[in-house]
Design a protein around this ligand. Structure first.
Ligand SMILES: *Cc1c(COP(=O)(O)O)cnc(C)c1O
Length: 370
C-alpha cells in the first residue's frame, strides 16, 4: 500500500527499544499475569483519565461486560445502546442475559441521538451505554440528565476515545464506569488483546477485580461470578510506555484531521470539530455517494480505507431475534451505505493526507462532471 489505512509498525518502532529490557525482565521473572507492571499501569491510567480506579482486563469487551455485571445488570434488564456501534457494545449486554435496546444515531456527530434516549426508556431499563464513536465525545450532559431522572446507570464505551475530552474531563470518567479497549490498532494499543475499566465507585472496582480473577475475593474463595478476564503483564509494560506518548499521538491525529477538513472537496461529507470537547480521531470517517466506487478508486491508487461499520446492529444476524427490521433506523441505515474511513494514524505524513484529498477531489469531479 502506498498509503496504508493504518501503520502499526510506525508506532511500534518508537517504543521497541524502550520496552525490550522490561519485556525480558517479565520473561525472566515469569510473573505473566497481573504482575506488578499491571498495577503500575492501572495507577497511571486512572490518573491519566481522572478516575479513582482503573482495572486491567483482557479486552474492551470484557471491560464493558464486567462494568454491567458489577452494576448488577442481568436477565430481564434492558440497556440502551446506539444502533451504529461495534458489536461489542451490545454483546456485553447480551452475554449477561439482558436485552440491548437500540437508539438511532445523530447524522452530524455519528454518535447516539441523545434526544431519542428518553423514548427508549421503560420500567425494565437499567443503563445507558453512550459510545464515543471514532474518538468523538458524546454530548454527555443530556445523557447524564436523563439517566439521573430515571435512576439509570451510565457505562461509557470509550474503546475508541482514549484521551478525548468532554467539557474539560476525559471521557470514560463521566458515567458510573468507563470501558477502554487496548486492541493494537486503538489510539492506545497493547501487543495483543487488552482492556481496562475505570470508575470512581470503589465497590464497582472491587467487584470487577474479583470477577476478572475467577471471582476470587480471597484465594480459592469464589464469591463473585468466576470469569477469567485478567490482563497479561507483558501488555501492561507496552501500555505504560505508550501512555506517555498518547497525548502527542492524539495531537498529531488532530493536526491530520484538520488538514483533511481543510482540503477535502465539496461532495464529501466531512466530520466537524465539536465545540464541547476535543476529539482524538481514532477513525476519520467521511460520507460519500457511490462510496464503493470511491473505495475502489482509492484502492487502485494504493490508498487503504475501511468501513466502520457496514451493517448497523439491528440488522446483524446475531440480533435477528430481537425483532427489529430494515427501516427501523433510517439514519443509521443511510449512513452505513455512505461511510468510508480514510487513512489515519499519528505517524501519517501530512503530504499523504494532501494526496488522499487530491485523489478524492479527482473522484468527485469525475463522478459529477459539470
Ligand atoms: C474495539 C471496540 C470494543 C471492544 O474492544 P475489544 O478490546 O476488541 O474487545 C468495544 N467497543 C468499541 C466501540 C470498539 O471500537
Amino acid at each position: 500500500m502506498a498509503i496504508p489505512f493504518v501503520d502499526l509498525q510506525a508506532q511500534q518502532a518508537q517504543v521497541v527499544d524502550e520496552i525490550l529490557p522490561e519485556i525480558e525482565a517479565v520473561l525472566r521473572r515469569g510473573n505473566f499475569i497481573l504482575g506488578d507492571p499491571v498495577s503500575q499501569f492501572e495507577a497511571e491510567f486512572a490518573e491519566y483519565i481522572g478516575s479513582d480506579y482503573a482495572v486491567g482486563l483482557d479486552s474492551g469487551l470484557s471491560a464493558l461486560k464486567l462494568a454491567l455485571a458489577a452494576l448488577g445488570i442481568g436477565p430481564g434488564d434492558e440497556v440502551i445502546v446506539p444502533v451504529n456501534t461495534f458489536i461489542a457494545t451490545a454483546a456485553a449486554v447480551s452475554f449477561l442475559g439482558a436485552r440491548p435496546v437500540f437508539v438511532e444515531m445523530d447524522e452530524d456527530t455519528n454518535n447516539i441521538d441523545v434526544t431519542r434516549i428518553e423514548a427508549a426508556i421503560n420500567e425494565r431499563t437499567r443503563a445507558i451505554m453512550p459510545v464515543h464513536l471514532y474518538g468523538s465525545p458524546v454530548d454527555m450532559d443530556p445523557v447524564m440528565a436523563v439517566a439521573n431522572r430515571y435512576n439509570l446507570y451510565v457505562v461509557e464505551d470509550a474503546a475508541q476515545a482514549h484521551g478525548a475530552m468532554y467539557k474539560g474531563r476525559r471521557v470514560g470518567s463521566i458515567g458510573h464506569a468507563g470501558a477502554f479497549s487496548f486492541y493494537p490498532a486503538k489510539n492506545l494499543g497493547a501487543a495483543g488483546d487488552a482492556g481496562a475499566l475505570v470508575t470512581n465507585d470503589p465497590d464497582v472496582a472491587e467487584r470487577v477485580k474479583g470477577m476478572r480473577n475467577v471471582g476470587q475475593v480471597e484465594r480459592y474463595i469464589h464469591s463473585l461470578p468466576p470469569y477469567n478476564h485478567r490482563m497479561d503483564t507483558l501488555h501492561a509494560v507496552v501500555l505504560s510506555a505508550k501512555l506517555k506518548r498518547l497525548d502527542g499521538w492524539n495531537a498529531s491525529r488532530d493536526r491530520l484531521a484538520g488538514l483533511y477538513i481543510e482540503n477535502l472537496p465539496q461532495g464529501i461529507i466531512t466530520p466537524q470539530r465539536i465545540d464541547y470537547g476535543t476529539q482524538v480521531w481514532h477513525l476519520f470517517v467521511v460520507r460519500a455517494e457511490r462510496r464503493d466506487d470511491l473505495r475502489a478508486a482509492l484502492q487502485t491508487e494504493g490508498i487503504g480505507t475501511g468501513i466502520h461499520y457496514p451493517v448497523p446492529l439491528h440488522l446483524q444476524p446475531y440480533y435477528a431475534d430481537l425483532g427489529y427490521q430494515r427501516g427501523d433506523f433510517p439514519v443509521a441505515e443511510m449512513v452505513a451505505d455512505e461511510i468510508v474511513s480514510l487513512p489515519m494514524y499519528a505517524e501519517m505524513a501530512e503530504s499523504d493526507v494532501r494526496l488522499v484529498c487530491e485523489r478524492l477531489s479527482e473522484f468527485v469531479l469525475t463522478a459529477n462532471p459539470t
